[in-house]
Design a protein around this ligand. Structure first.
Ligand SMILES: Nc1ncnc2c1ncn2[C@@H]1O[C@H](COP(=O)(O)OP(=O)(O)OP(=O)(O)O)[C@@H](O)[C@H]1O
Ligand SMILES: [Mg+2]
Length: 362
């Protein structure tokens, strides 16, 4: 009741804005169908950004809604009110304000959890959570490096796991880089030339704005540019890209190409929402070139980890959506030549670990 009362007394703007909000896969479908509204893609990646008070309120409202949905669903399933939560967090949040980004992200999550009706929350670093999951699956005691490669961040833990003793997490590392950085590079090199990048005099940052769908400010800026005087066919294509939903459609095509090119040598995207019969072919070599920047960063991180722990662990456990990509599996294997590679479930490693960790705290 206290929680309800507090909520009623609060300013309504962001909750009103979110009254008709749609979440998850339905959100993209609805947005494309209705051709209006505001799309917030990967709100988690914005928690550490320099946010206007209004944007911060919206992001907090979204986080509240998601946490409330989870709390109510769990309460219904368990037949008892759930009021405590263990939340996973990356070692380093994506941030535009340096270290302060981590504090802001945790503040927003705490506030959202409170508004969602949680009385008590704790945080656990996501690679440490994945280590708990791997521990539960390991019979024999051994040293392991746990690597979680996600869309926004890459997180690593060094832990002693397996057997009947409790797992010991020695240390964690993380960088705010992941699959979306490959998407951005692939968009700029493989798709934006169709819109005149490198050909017209449109400044490069316009293309970055268009490709960065997670950043609401950049998206707004891109839509405000005037391309009336840009040569054909690029001017008309840029204007089409400014139409509602089209940067999100392009982003979806870029991500699909990245995923397809993990297993195929060629991939065609059809951009009929930009112009009739417009399409683009990308190759695995093109993807490799686009992934080069991120690959360099993850190789450096893995080398740092190996040097910090003084050699190879017994095993390297891989999880996270990007761990499905062969070139990243290969990078991990090359970084720890003496270790056994273990491929975990890419989507559930972290959350299963969180559930185990939460249960073991009771
Ligand atoms: N088969 C695949 N090949 C390559 N990449 C893939 C594949 N499947 C998913 N991905 C990528 O994995 C990423 C999502 O991974 P994951 O679900 O672990 O991220 P997340 O937990 O939401 O983000 P983060 O952990 O960074 O906060 C996306 O960039 C997606 O494109
Ligand atoms: Mg993750």
């Amino acid at each position: 009741r206290q929680w309800m009362e507090k909520r009623m007394a609060e300013p309504r703007s962001s909750s009103q804005l979110l009254q008709n909000a749609v979440y998850g896969d339905d959100a993209l479908e609805t947005y494309f169908e209705e051709n209006e509204g505001n799309l917030v893609q990967s709100p988690k990646s914005m928690l550490g950004y320099n946010l206007h008070p209004r944007a911060r309120q919206t992001i907090t409202g979204i986080a509240t809604h998601i946490l409330e949905h989870i709390r109510l669903t769990a309460s219904a399933q368990l037949g008892a009110p759930v009021r405590e939560a263990l939340l996973g967090r990356p070692v380093q949040f994506r941030s535009s304000i340096g270290e302060a980004g981590n504090d802001q992200a945790l503040d927003i999550l705490r506030e959202a959890a409170g508004q969602a009706g949680f009385d008590h929350i704790d945080f656990l670093e996501e690679p440490a959570a994945a280590a708990m999951h791997y521990h539960a699956e390991s019979r024999d005691r051994h040293q392991a490096v746990i690597v979680d490669i996600g869309g926004g961040t890459t997180d690593i833990a060094h832990a002693e796991v397996g057997g009947s003793q409790a797992p010991r997490i020695h240390r964690a590392w993380g960088i705010a880089r992941g699959g979306t950085d490959i998407d951005l590079a692939l968009s700029l090199s493989g798709y934006m030339p169709l819109f005149g990048r490198g050909i017209t005099r449109v400044p490069t940052h316009h293309y970055v704005e268009a490709a960065t769908v997670q950043d609401m400010t950049r998206q707004r800026e891109f839509r405000q540019h005037n391309y009336d005087n840009v040569d054909a066919p690029w001017g008309a294509r840029l204007q089409a890209l400014q139409d509602t939903g089209n940067t999100a459609r392009l982003y979806r095509d870029v991500e699909r190409a990245k995923i397809a090119l993990s297993g195929a040598s060629e991939h065609r995207s059809t951009l009929d929402y930009i112009a009739r019969d417009l399409h683009v072919d990308n190759s695995a070599d093109g993807l490799a070139a686009a992934a080069h920047g991120y690959l360099t960063q993850i190789r450096e991180l893995l080398a740092q980890v190996r040097s910090d722990i003084g050699g190879d662990p017994d095993a390297v456990f891989l999880t996270g959506g990007m761990s499905r990509a062969g070139y990243l599996r290969q990078a991990a294997a090359e970084a720890f030549p003496g270790a056994r590679m273990v491929h975990g479930e890419p989507s559930l490693g972290v959350v299963q670990g969180l559930a185990l960790a939460a249960a073991s705290r009771d």
